[in-house]
Design a protein around this ligand. Structure first.
Ligand code: RUB
Length: 318
């Protein structure tokens, strides 16, 4: 039997898959909102029908992009709060749970920003990679504290999310220098901090973020420039506590090279991994809304937050 998935869920899933909606925190919010829409729009007649619809919606959202754990963590959160013996009570609790999740998400980013801002001093220059709302929250909080900052922004091929960062920073009146990714090492001598976000953080403290982060971290360490990951706790990947690895998304080859240029070159392989893994030894700190952690100690926070429970509501039998 095909279980009804609300058109809004299908639309949100399509936007996440196409990266119209992108960035781990934004994806998490969109997924929670979509589950709330599913709950509101459901015309299920029995609690089990309602749960089956919610599971189908969760699966549709879950199967869009594999690397950012904020997505399954958002789904888990909404399902944990969904409780009741009638369709109405299930509906209301799911909607409430999604709303609480989104409110917490916003608060976490603000709190994290204030903690991250403490690392930045007046007059500092920050290098960024990709576009991370968590990283930007740290810069924004530092500006609110009256500090003046400037930024060197890596364009972040192939999708150029650095352009979004540059635009946001200009809206905040921060002077921006845009560079190509391969110029990063040269400009590291001119920066005081490297600030990146995360899609997932593994139990050993590895940071999974936009491709290019790992190379940047190695270069930053070699140049003696501190590099920090700004990541809300929804980026902590519970499955990695039991030995699972984080799946790295591979995207369309056409993001790397257009068909015409490719044909001119001749027969080549093209690969387009979207994320990479920065080992904990190359990262100075992970800043969360719960404080700043040396990467190797993040597992203590993960145990506290998740215990051993890693429910997978999108896999429940419908
Ligand atoms: C986005 C990316 C960002 C993290 C953190 O990749 O790698 O650094 O998602 O973002 P993509 P945020 O553009 O492929 O989604 O701090 O906003 O959650």
């Amino acid at each position: 039997m095909d279980t009804a998935v609300a058109p809004e869920v299908e639309a949100v899933a399509a936007d996440i898959a196409s990266m119209e909606t992108r960035g781990a925190a934004t994806i998490a919010r969109a997924a929670a909102d979509a589950l709330a829409a599913q709950a509101r729009e459901s015309d299920a007649e029995t609690p089990s029908e309602f749960r089956a619809e919610m599971t189908a919606a969760a699966r549709t959202l879950h199967d869009t992009r594999p690397t950012a754990v904020s997505l399954p963590n958002a789904l888990r959160y909404v399902f944990q709060g969904m409780d009741g013996t009638t369709v109405e009570s299930l509906r209301q609790s799911a909607v409430d749970s999604a709303e609480t999740f989104c409110a917490q998400l916003e608060r976490a980013q603000t709190d994290l920003g204030e903690i991250g801002a403490n690392r930045l001093r007046d007059g500092d220059t920050v290098m960024t990679h990709c576009h991370s709302t968590d990283a930007l929250a740290c810069i924004e909080a530092a500006l609110d504290q009256g500090k003046e900052l400037s930024a060197i922004v890596k364009e972040t091929r192939p999708r150029n999310q650095g352009h979004i960062t540059a635009q946001r920073l200009r809206e905040l009146d921060v002077p921006v220098t845009l560079i190509v990714d391969s110029a990063a090492r040269r400009y590291l001598d001119e920066v005081d901090h490297v600030l990146v976000g995360a899609d997932s953080i593994a139990a050993d403290g590895s940071v999974i973020n936009k491709i290019g982060t790992a190379g940047l971290a190695v270069s930053a360490r070699e140049r003696g420039v501190p590099i920090v990951t700004a990541a809300q706790t929804i980026k902590l990947h519970p499955d990695t506590m039991t030995g699972h690895t984080v799946e790295i998304e591979t995207r369309d080859e056409a993001e790397v090279i257009d068909d015409e240029s490719r044909a001119e070159i001749g027969e080549i392989e093209v690969e387009n991994p979207a994320f990479d893994v920065t080992p904990p030894r190359y990262m100075d700190a992970i800043v969360t809304e719960r404080g700043q952690f040396p990467p190797e100690s993040i597992v203590t926070l993960m145990r506290e937050l998740f215990g051993e429970a890693t429910a997978r509501p999108w896999e429940e039998p419908a």
